[in-house]
Design a protein around this ligand. Structure first.
Ligand code: OGA
Ligand code: ZN
Length: 366
């Protein structure tokens, strides 16, 4: 691919496919110090005020494109920066490889906490693994002073909820959520009743003396793809019907609607929701609901089956970071008489993980 100039037009030539670059697109990227604040990399002019921008003169010298525009502005551009923007090569999601998994996943992505961890190359690898697998386990974290908040705020910013900045997962008397019991939790996504739904859940093990209470994870995107293959009509109805999710306690009533499998505008998987403690299907025609209930039963069987679920025990100091839009998580039951089980949990959003990943990428990958 290369940039060419031809009669005062700038042309992007990619595999013999030539595309003229709009003069305004280039004028917006003028980067000399009168036009771009060199400290913040923010514009000192408002391109939305400009009109009828044309190129009066264009030359290429090595890796530099030099342009003079019809409003008298002259600027130099690095060609490799233009081509990289044109090809979107810096887009995180073009560089991080996604690996959908099932229970045959052998090596879980694991990282060991140490000093200066959050600025390290290790952290960069951790975040890439997080996007690859939808989860990572970090070991050897301090278990005192609500370290989870420190962890969350070192990646980005904790996302507080009505449960507070973080929540304590232990078995208590008359809790407002079944997570705070010793009952088993089948694979679910957290908080589908919130607006917006928290993107990433962190669960930090403080104590775990019981023989049960094992953690489970399922890659919801792997299951959704499998369902699409084996039963397209089940898949279709789950991507269509919006279910209401509702949480109620004495202080608040939270509600949000969404499909069990949500697709984006290109029909790619965007998000899964599954929380059978809190879902309410709308009243629809009987035959449509008939199909919906069959499809929900099927996906529930798949989420709960040994074909897709991994199971492991968290030990004190372990932190599980998981993508709440892609993975489902749960736990097996435990007997509180055997000893203590205490996890702390909190949420962060993609804003945090993506922001940190881009920052580390510019430090380690350039
Ligand atoms: C939760 C949850 C799992 C566990 O608190 O959201 O799913 O291992 N907990 O207790
Ligand atoms: Zn949960």
């Amino acid at each position: 691919m290369k940039i060419e100039v031809n009669n005062n037009t700038v042309v992007f030539n990619n595999k013999k496919k030539k595309t003229e670059i709009h003069p305004m697109w280039l004028r917006e990227r003028v980067n000399s110090k009168e036009y771009l604040d060199q400290n913040t990399a923010q514009r000192l002019f408002d391109p939305s005020f400009l009109e009828n921008i044309k190129i009066k003169d264009a030359i290429i010298k090595g890796n530099i494109l030099e342009l003079t525009f019809n409003d008298g502005v002259h600027s130099k551009f690095r060609i490799n920066e233009l081509t990289s923007e044109f090809l979107d090569t810096n887009n995180l999601f073009n560089t991080v490889k996604v690996n959908l998994w099932d229970s045959s996943l052998k090596r879980y992505p694991k990282y060991f906490y140490k000093k200066n961890f959050f600025k390290s190359k290790e952290m960069y690898n951790l975040l890439k693994s997080f996007y690859k697998y939808g989860f990572v386990i970090i070991k050897n974290l301090p278990t005192k002073n609500n370290f989870i908040i420190n962890f969350a705020n070192s990646i980005g910013n904790v996302r507080p909820t009505n449960f507070g900045e973080f929540f304590n997962v232990k078995s208590i008397y008359r809790p407002n959520d079944l997570a705070y019991t010793s009952l088993p939790l089948s694979p679910h996504t957290d908080n589908p009743y919130r607006k917006p739904i928290p993107c990433i859940q962190l669960l930090h093990c403080i104590e775990n003396e019981v023989s049960g209470g094992r953690s489970t994870l399922v890659d919801g995107f792997k299951v959704a793809n499998y369902l699409k293959k084996i039963n397209p009509s089940f898949f279709r109805i789950l991507t269509k019907i919006k279910v209401k999710f509702k949480f109620t306690d004495k202080n608040v009533v939270l509600e949000n609607n969404g499909q069990l499998i949500e697709l984006d505008e290109n029909k790619n998987l965007k998000q899964v929701r599954f929380s059978t403690r809190l879902d309410f299907v709308p009243i629809l025609k009987k035959n449509e609901l008939d199909l919906y209930y069959k499809a929900r039963k099927k996906i529930s069987d798949l989420y709960n089956s040994d074909k897709f679920k991994i199971e492991f025990k968290l030990i004190p100091g372990d932190l599980l970071m998981m993508d709440n839009y892609r993975l489902l998580h749960g736990r097996t039951a435990y007997n509180p008489n055997e000893g203590k089980r205490y996890l702390q949990g909190c949420y962060i959003d993609y804003d945090s993980s993506e922001g940190k990943l881009r920052h580390l990428k510019r430090n380690f990958d350039n």
